[in-house]
Design a protein around this ligand. Structure first.
Ligand code: HEC
Ligand code: HEC
Length: 244
């Protein structure tokens, strides 16, 4: 679906600044200043991490990924090829939210590669486990690598893993949501119609956080990375009050 976010964003920035959120550029994730080129790469990399074959590559993979463990019979087919399915929305794999549940695989996260040389990460993506060499173009491979190196966020700072509750300021989150999100998602998070409402989606706050920081593959949804990461968590605190 196509929408035009441009008309709401400038007004949004003004309201957010008034709500006390001043820092604009710099930040992402690890608190380093990033060039526009790097930021572009990171948010595209984040969407590729979500579902690379929706955006790039040789199309929807057939069959279950060869590295998907036989012990997990709950998932099969193309979903097992998404980076997030093995390594988690929180990038922590077996040590994070996927330590149990339908995506339990026992596979490591990608946190150890935060800050790594992108070329090293590309080499992992081409190894026998991943075999993406012939499937994903070099530029997309680079975006994935930059995301893994510079785009990861420590979600445990923003989400209470035991209760799944995001941590932050509901008033600031309401300002973020009203100005940046509601134009597409509606006042109570029930748009677009084909989407599961945010009230329900907050059952997986890690997924919601990843989407807010990187956008949704194939849609015009913006990335909130221009703001500090706390702004995403604040929006989630507000979204957690939506009807289920
Ligand atoms: C079906 C499961 C599966 C999928 C899908 C998958 N990986 Fe992996 N990944 C693994 C396994 C298993 C390892 C550890 C062994 C290895 O690298 O051969 C690993 C290791 C890694 C590592 C190194 C982590 C470390 O600490 O050693 C990185 C980085 C990585 N994967 C990135 C990705 C990215 C990016 C994607 C998506 C393009 C992806 N993986 C998709 C299973 C998967
Ligand atoms: C330009 C329109 C637009 C804006 C602005 C926008 N989104 Fe989205 N977003 C979308 C679309 C379209 C989808 C895909 C919905 C679907 O699943 O069909 C989406 C998907 C999502 C998803 C994942 C839903 C799913 O089904 O997996 C989340 C979470 C989300 N948006 C949160 C937000 C938040 C929070 C904001 C504000 C910070 C925001 N979005 C701003 C258009 C937008």
């Amino acid at each position: 679906m196509k929408m035009r976010p441009m008309s709401i964003v400038p007004a949004g920035l003004a309201v957010i600044a008034a709500a006390g959120l001043s820092s604009l550029p710099a930040q992402p994730a690890l608190g380093e200043g990033l060039s526009a080129d790097q930021a572009y790469s990171i948010v595209r990399g984040g969407k590729l991490y979500d579902k690379w074959f929706a955006l790039a590559g040789s199309g929807r993979p057939k069959g279950t990924h060869k590295a998907w463990p036989a012990s997990n019979t709950k998932k099969k087919g193309s979903t097992t090829h998404r980076c997030k399915s093995c390594h988690g929305w929180d990038y922590m794999g077996k040590d994070g939210a996927y330590k149990s549940g339908s995506y339990q695989t026992g596979i490591v996260g990608v946190r150890a590669y935060a800050g790594a040389e992108p070329a090293k990460i590309v080499a992992v993506l081409k190894n026998d486990t991943h075999g993406l060499g012939g499937k994903v173009e070099a530029a997309d491979m680079n975006d994935l690598a930059l995301f893994v190196s510079k785009g990861q966020v420590d979600m445990s700072k923003y989400i209470d893993y035991a209760t799944k509750k995001p941590k932050g300021d509901i008033a600031r989150g309401g300002a973020v949501y009203a100005t940046v999100c509601s134009g597409c998602h509606g006042r109570d998070g029930k748009l677009p119609k084909e989407m599961k409402s945010f009230g329900k989606q907050m059952g997986n706050p890690w997924e919601v956080m990843h989407k807010i920081l990187n956008g949704h593959p194939g849609e015009d949804m913006p990335s909130l990375r221009a703001f500090d990461t706390q702004a995403a968590a604040d929006a989630m605190v507000y979204m957690a009050t939506f009807p289920k």
